[in-house]
Design a protein around this ligand. Sequence first.
Ligand code: AMP
Length: 111
Amino acid sequence: MTIFKKIIDHEIPADIVYEDDVCLAFRDIAPQAPVHILVIPRKEISAVDALSEEDAPLVGHIFMVIQKLAVSEGLENGFRVITNNGMMAGQTVPHLHFHLMGGRPFGWPPG
Ligand code: AMP
């Protein structure tokens, strides 16, 4: 069981900013930007490479939630959405998650 599953089950505390029957969103414990929110599915999926066709609506829903959160967090000047897949990308929690980050400029390409 991952730490994110424990957050989903409310077994450990998190600063949850949004929750529905498909996903939840909470503030990253080590924020890398003024706004740094993680949006995760309730379904236990390890990463993008573990997605199947049946998960397509779930991913679409998560992106609509991200869009709403970007508005409610005041990120009209821009934001970044990141998902790390696997060791080389720096994924540390094997539960699919999307980082919504904003409130500062970001460089390109990412490090
Ligand atoms: P990643 O490196 O893409 O797997 O991202 C994992 C993220 O989860 C990191 O940005 C961590 O700071 C964050 N994180 C780990 N544990 C917690 C927690 N208990 N509550 C909130 N964020 C967490």
